[in-house]
Design a binder for this molecule. Sequence first.
Ligand code: MF3
Ligand code: CO
Ligand code: CO
Length: 253
Amino acid sequence: MVIIKTSQQIEGIRKSSQLAAATLNHTASFIAPGISTEKLNQIAHQFIIDHGAIPAPLNYLGYPKSICTSVNNVVCHGIPSSTEILQEGDIINLDITTILNGYYGDTSATYPVGKISKEASLLIDRTKNSLKLAINSLKPNKNLNDCVGKVIEKYVKQFGYSPVKDLGGHGVGIEFHEDPFVFHFDYSYEKTILKPGMIFTIEPMINASTSWRINIDKKDGWTVRTIDGALSCQFEHTVLITPTGFEILTTEV
Ligand code: MF3
Ligand code: CO
Ligand code: CO
């Protein structure tokens, strides 16, 4: 069941989403060759706590850190580590989810570390574009798949890229993960019709490969990697369906 949020809930989720966006921008400003992903975790954790909120990932289903840091061929859910040092040429996704006054906001973005390859840079630009295209198509009474899955798959396929299928976006706000599950590929069985007051994430994970397949790390149970070692990139926003279209909630104010 997809929840239609009340105006009071929307205001709470908007505030939390704005904090998540501010945390993302703050933390990203420290990205540089030589910094560890654990240091980025600490910077984000402190910023969230200082603003009276809680980092949602910490202890979520046993997850050990406050943010996810996913480098190069890591698709998502990378666990920050003091021994993982960023190097020039890497790309890194920071995924931030805050709980502020009980409300969740969820956002992520992928950044270059120093100077990166043309190939990596194009992947970042195109993944970001795919999210933008999907968001711009959101409108009440449209089918979710027509706005998100179809749009993203069609756009990235022309570059020989593949949207990951095993993971998706999700309703968010009252809980971390709510209905609907948001597919980033053309899923023709989708029944969800967009209505004002729906809040969900769109968070395409795009592999620079013709394979969408992934592996989950057997040791840590979290780290998701491309099966063929290809680069993967992700951007995420929390969006609200409005009477006339959409509002991106995860923008810093
Ligand atoms: N923030 C991720 C998402 O976009 C979820 C991370 S779950 C965690 O849905 F446990 F790994 F933090
Ligand atoms: Co999410
Ligand atoms: Co997220």
